[in-house]
Design a protein around this ligand. Sequence first.
Ligand SMILES: NC(=O)C1=CN([C@@H]2O[C@H](COP(=O)(O)OP(=O)(O)OC[C@H]3O[C@@H](n4cnc5c(N)ncnc54)[C@H](O)[C@@H]3O)[C@@H](O)[C@H]2O)[C@@H](O)CC1
Ligand SMILES: Nc1ncnc2c1ncn2[C@@H]1O[C@H](COP(=O)(O)OP(=O)(O)O)[C@@H](O)[C@H]1O
Ligand SMILES: [K+]
Length: 522
Amino acid sequence: MIPLFTSRQVRSADEFAIAKLGLPGLVLMENAARSIFEQIKLNLPLSENTTFGVVSGKGNNGGDGFALARHLLINGYKVIVIALADDKELKGDALVNFRALRNLIKYYPDSKLIKYKRLNDLSILKNADVIVDSILGTGSKGELREPYKSIVEKLNSIDAFKVAVDLPTGLDVDTGYGDVVFEADLTVTLSEYKTGLFYGKGYTHCGKVVKGSIGIGSEYYNRLETDTYLIEPEDAFVNIPLKEPDLHKYSAGKVLLIAGSRNLPGAAILAAETALRAGAGAVILAVPDSISETVRTKIGSAVVISYNDNGKGFLTEEATSQLEEKICWADTIAIGPGLGRDKDTINAVINILKKNNGKKFVIDADAIFALANSKQYLKNSILTPHLGEFANLIGIAVEDLKVNPIPHAKKFAAKNKCHLVLKGAPTLIFNPAGEVFVNTTGNQGMAKFGTGDVLTGVISSFLAQSGNNEASAISGVYLHSLAADLLAEEKTIYGFTANDLMEKIPYAIKFIIDTFLPDIED
Ligand SMILES: NC(=O)C1=CN([C@@H]2O[C@H](COP(=O)(O)OP(=O)(O)OC[C@H]3O[C@@H](n4cnc5c(N)ncnc54)[C@H](O)[C@@H]3O)[C@@H](O)[C@H]2O)[C@@H](O)CC1
Ligand SMILES: Nc1ncnc2c1ncn2[C@@H]1O[C@H](COP(=O)(O)OP(=O)(O)O)[C@@H](O)[C@H]1O
Ligand SMILES: [K+]
């Protein structure tokens, strides 16, 4: 896991370097500029004709930009620097670097340093191959003010490779929110990764995120407390138990799926079939009588049982007693996909959770909807809502929630003593202790009907096998996204379906085993 830090923590590291180590800020800035240049060389195909546009603000982020421009110049690149502030407004290290650049650039007649006056000044950047945003960094507060907002909008409209210094201007680096944000292809973030680069929309604004260095190493950060982590591939299989040679089907994880209704039988089938493909030994799918024959003809290896629905085609409260025996039998009960939202179904879901409080439930889709007014039975469960479902569950508008869902989600998981998998891009996993695990794998091709049902299948399968809620949520989310990434390579992000995703789960598992646990297959 890679720890993520807040902007306050990162700024405290800068202060530590200056006050405690005695490193002048100018040295840190020089280190930053050099390492940003190194990352640009590593990540972009540069030629001697590459032209850079650098737009620098009035703080130290701007200073990084001036210093970077100097390195670009002395390495033979043409550079057009737009300074949003000049020596009347600049201070300290940024001012030193502005002056050095202004003195140096006179020797490079093809390059220019321009003091920004009006929006149209940015038109000159239309000739740039690369645009560097060194407008605002960790000193940014709140929504962008003018003229910054218009400047960022204008830069976004120019077709060039975009590099953000430290973070894309306009992004709240703690929450990942921003109204107008520089759309970077590459973000060279200084020192350590910050939470907002991965939360919310942060991740889509940043492009590829790499680290730059200010030359103080990571020792200081190792002593800082954080509750937020980026999931790495090696975390995906860490706690899923190995399959011992003498394993039999009932000790390999028993999953009961309570899912499906007349109008939505497909969700149940997908989740059940996936649970088997992710390693569970026995999967039973419980559906209403009226659809059991249809489901049986479509399903592969999962066992289908049915409950009496009096011809209604959905789960009713009356039917819950018929499920008791199988609920006792199962290691994990997944409930929700395709259940529908009839009042009777809502009562049935509440009833099942109430009666079996403490059993390991994976709660998804319509079951999440059902629990909006009955959250007292969630202890020990894993909930997998997308943002809309979570907003409904906690009774706030999606528009308000998406600005910063983190505090709401943390509070929810802690209060209800459950794991919360907040699906999206990226997907965030919250545990009852207040920690957050961020998954950035996966792709837009997953925005398609049924992919969430596949996730329910993977997580419940891992939970039945391991009994470990946190590991199952983390591994399930990661492998589900990895399967989608493998599919995107084969079929593009347009061409794969939830069914393909289900089929691909074993290959994602194989990929992780081959990479991290090669002895397991022997
Ligand atoms: N302090 C240090 O030791 C180091 C800082 N570094 C760089 O310095 C950056 C932080 O520098 P600063 O603290 O000077 O801050 P910034 O350069 O991020 O910006 C601060 C300026 O932006 C203005 N501002 C803030 N919010 C705004 C908004 N919403 N709209 C318009 N203007 C806004 C403020 O009035 C202030 O003048 C880091 O991100 C990093 O790039 C690096 O050079 C490494 C060392
Ligand atoms: N743009 C995207 N990038 C990465 N993952 C995505 C994207 N859009 C959706 N997903 C993932 O796809 C799944 C969709 O789940 P869900 O909304 O429940 O779909 P459904 O209800 O149709 O099955 C989630 O795991 C989500 O994280
Ligand atoms: K920036």
